[in-house]
Design a protein around this ligand. Structure first.
Ligand code: NAD
Length: 486
């Protein structure tokens, strides 16, 4: 049986083995064709309770497992990602509608996250403090316990792995709730990869389900930390619940990232980067270039060339054709994108190209002359729509770029790197790239946004992962019992 053979998971959830679920099942649909690829088990509330209880018990033994053994599981999981690349790629392409390049991006990211996580178990556990009393005074990092991971449809394997791998490596057990729209690539795959890597049963649970199941994971008393990736609206709901239940919640949310194009930028290269930033995976990436802020001296040419590039990009079924863009994930997402485009035109934006669709295939779209009152400028579109706005001075660019509720990624294109770095200093953002578009992610680099984009860098890098998935304990020890006056 292959890694993702449907006979394993048809109508089932993963609790250490594949079990029939309490919440029925749901179709796994290929957005490009509407074909049903299988039926995934949907968790019920009682499945959450049972899994979390089991995970809480398993956590003590997993945390006590010698650190080289935990590290080896993570390395073998990375090896398994690489060994099963072809099968995983095909599932990601068909289930998410991304081109093979998007699948390879995810696969590489997932494998690198496991390799990075494999270094965590052997890191120092804390530090030794001076003490005014005659005693040892130590700070020790201990596993948080059971970690709840809630993930979106768009980068299912990579986004689940970037939470699950470090959480496991640091001695936690994990209950993963993937989005049902991509629960094979973002759920079944992790269960199967870690089982193959020798992770003991009960340490990882995979419970596909909707918002109600996500909420059940957040509120279960045994879950100590939530690692949530998704929209800002859902993040706010999760944060509210987590607050009431006194849980730590790490939130990676939406974006509306700006790409600033200065007047000295090389336009040939700028257009290529800009088109990738807006149209890669149909714009369904948190880091997608939402707003192109372009110096007025190059603005007309930029708009014309970006539109010409968009016109040349082939759109179709990424599993059967060589295309640049595949379908949007579902009709709801397509209708939302189209509504934002049409309402933006009604509000005064200029539709330069695109704005049309067939089934779930949305043409890459360029909306020019868009400003702060235009819906597609103000909101995260999550579709293949490049919104272009002119600016006159660098101060104007700073104002436009900063005037957003989001703060995930900033890109700046310029011939003068120092000018770019100085400009980036003036704009609130979690991530900034000089001379690159906004879609960039490396497993060892801190990743996260500010403001409505989330609670900051809790992914990538040793410090971020240790901060996210452990608690700090202060421990003192002395040779004799401390004397007291009464
Ligand atoms: P979504 O918020 O609708 O769903 C994300 C996950 O949260 C799903 O598993 C969903 O079932 C669950 N969920 C929804 N409401 C919930 C609730 N009230 N309680 C608990 N769980 C709940 O997002 P989506 O449409 O799948 O993904 C797109 C969004 O995700 C975009 O806004 C995008 O920017 C964002 N995103 C952010 C990052 C990042 O790293 N910052 C990465 C990828 C996607």
């Amino acid at each position: 049986m292959s890694l993702l053979d449907a006979r394993r998971w048809h109508g089932r959830i993963f609790t250490g083995s594949w079990q029939v679920s309490a919440g029925g099942d749901a179709a796994v649909v290929e957005p490009a064709t509407g074909t049903e690829l299988g039926r995934i088990g949907m968790a019920g509330a009682e499945d959450v309770t049972a899994s979390v209880a089991q995970a809480a018990t398993a956590q003590r033994e997993w945390a006590a497992t010698p650190f080289p053994v935990r590290a080896a599981v993570l390395r073998r999981a990375a090896d398994a990602v690489q060994r099963h690349t072809d099968e995983l790629r095909d599932w990601i392409v068909r289930e998410t509608g991304g081109i093979p390049g998007k699948a390879y991006f995810e696969l590489d990211h997932a494998a690198q996250n496991c390799y990075e996580a494999a270094t965590l178990p052997s890191r120092p556990l804390g530090e030794l403090l001076p003490s005014a009393a005659p005693r040892w005074s130590m700070v020790r990092r201990v596993p948080a316990g059971v970690v709840g991971v809630i993930t979106p449809f768009n980068g299912p394997l990579a986004l689940a792995m970037r939470s699950v791998a470090p959480a496991l490596a640091l001695g936690n057990t994990v209950v993963l709730k993937p989005d049902p729209r991509s629960a094979v690539s973002g759920g079944v795959a992790l269960a199967a990869l870690f089982a193959e890597a020798g992770l003991p049963p009960g340490v990882l649970h995979v419970l596909p389900g909707g918002a109600d199941i996500g909420a059940a994971v957040v509120t279960d008393p045994h879950v100590r930390v939530i690692s949530f990736t998704g929209s800002t609206a859902a993040g706010r709901a999760v944060a509210g619940l987590a607050g009431r239940h006194l849980k730590r919640a790490h939130l990676e949310l939406g974006g509306n990232s700006a790409l600033i194009v200065l007047d000295d930028a090389d336009l040939d290269q700028a257009i290529s980067a800009a088109a990738f930033g807006s149209f890669f995976y149909q714009g369904q990436i948190c880091m997608t270039t939402g707003r192109h802020l372009v110096h007025q001296a190059v603005y007309p040419e930029y708009v014309a060339r970006l539109a010409a590039k968009a016109d040349r990009l082939p759109v179709g079924n990424p599993a059967t054709e060589q295309v640049a863009l595949g379908p949007l994930i579902d009709a709801g997402q397509r209708d939302r994108v189209h509504q934002l485009v049409t309402s933006s035109v009604a509000a005064g934006a200029r539709l330069v190209t695109g704005g049309t669709y067939r089934d779930l295939f949305y043409r890459p779209t360029v909306l020019a002359d868009a400003g702060p009152s235009i819906p597609a400028y103000e909101q995260e579109v999550f579709g293949p729509v490049a919104v272009v706005t002119p600016f006159a001075t660098v101060d104007d660019a700073v104002k436009l770029a900063s005037d957003s509720e989001y703060g995930l990624v900033l890109g700046i294109l310029t011939a003068d790197v120092a000018r770019g770095l100085a400009l980036a200093e003036r704009i609130p953002t979690g991530i900034a790239h000089i001379n690159d578009q906004t879609v960039n992610d490396e497993a060892h680099a801190p990743f996260g946004g500010v403001s409505a984009s989330g609670t900051g860098s809790r992914f990538g890098g040793v410090a971020a992962n240790i901060e996210a998935f452990t608690e700090t304990r202060w421990i003192t020890a002395r040779g004799d019992i401390a004397p007291y006056p009464f």
